[in-house]
Design a protein around this ligand. Structure first.
Ligand SMILES: C[S@@+](CC[C@H](N)C(=O)[O-])C[C@H]1O[C@@H](n2cnc3c(N)ncnc32)[C@H](O)[C@@H]1O
Length: 287
């Protein structure tokens, strides 16, 4: 492993705003961010208090919490954290050397409403309590282009069932308009069309979609935050696709087999083939 990576791994171990595979943190994020803001170092997770949000008859006292999944360097966690100082943001990614970048920026700028979790996204239900998360951004995730890898796509129902365990239900019963929204920003037409298929097949609520975000007459300012991978434009598409939806229905496992067949026909355009080659080359270089 390269020296630079080792230095970054060591650095995040000492950062208060990075938690690696945290234990016993469910329901305590509001308390964690309070401690982060007060510079009570080191933060002892065992001593953090459970948010009132987990007690059903109490009003929600916790600040809104948004996750950036597959955050990489965490441009969204940091960018949204700057825009909304009264809300909390957590980036989740497996790669510590990438997280280091966002965590270092947050530390340098004194942004105490931003943290990072280094872990597989598959483990997120261990870290967040029911209804603890208000919104999720999935930013330029690997599109997992091969049909046989569709289950690894972060908008596959297998993953949506995980998010459902801690994401607020945005079914309209909630007074908070932003509750329960999942945002997907991608340059992959295949992932975009796959996600729309999932939304349609499982009867989820589609709030907004565009296959050319920057050509829209009005753009949500949050969508103007650019990530590292967006800048790479690997598929040379120059078109950003964006979807907002709610995971507001049951997702029957029996439908997954039907989905598997239904997505066989989603075409791969030329850009996706360029991406496949570029990604393979990049993976080889990183090994
Ligand atoms: C294509 S990069 C995008 C990074 C960043 N969002 C951006 O736009 O620059 C995808 C990221 O997803 C992370 N990732 C992929 N699958 C993951 C998983 N199952 N759990 C955690 N991180 C994952 C990778 O480590 C990588 O940093």
């Amino acid at each position: 492993m390269g020296q630079k990576k080792l230095i970054k791994f060591a650095a995040i171990k000492a950062y208060e705003n990075v938690l690696e595979y945290p234990q016993d943190i469910q329901g305590k994020w509001n308390s964690f961010f309070n401690a982060l803001g007060k510079d009570t170092s080191p933060i002892d997770i065992a001593k953090l208090t459970l948010s009132k949000l987990t007690i059903s008859d109490e009003p929600a006292l916790a600040k809104p919490l948004t996750l950036e999944l597959a955050c990489g360097r965490g441009e969204y966690a940091v960018g949204l954290g700057r825009m909304f100082p009264e809300q909390n943001f957590i980036g989740v990614d497996l790669k510590g050397n990438r997280i280091w970048k966002g965590a270092s920026i947050a530390n340098k700028e004194g942004l105490k409403n931003i943290a990072f979790v280094r872990s597989q996204i598959e483990l997120t239900p261990n870290y967040f309590a029911k209804d603890e998360v208000d919104e999720i951004w999935i930013t330029f995730p690997d599109p997992q282009l091969r049909w046989s890898k569709a289950k690894k796509r972060l908008t596959h129902p297998k993953f949506l069932r995980l998010y459902q365990q801690f994401l607020k239900n945005g079914s309209g019963n909630n007074s908070d308009l932003n509750a329960g929204i999942v945002h997907l920003k991608t340059d992959s037409p295949l992932l975009y069309n796959f996600t729309l298929k999932v939304i349609e097949m499982y009867g989820l609520t589609l709030i907004y979609k565009t296959d050319n975000l920057y050509a829209e007459p009005t753009i949500d300012p949050r969508c103007l935050i650019k990530t590292y991978y967006e800048g790479l434009d690997i598929a040379q598409s120059n078109k950003i696709h964006y979807i907002q939806f709610n995971i507001d229905k049951e997702l029957p496992i029996a439908l997954d087999e039907v989905l598997k067949e239904a997505i066989k026909d989603i075409p791969m355009d030329a850009g996706e083939l360029i991406r496949m080659e570029a990604e393979a080359a990049r993976a080889k270089k990183e090994d």
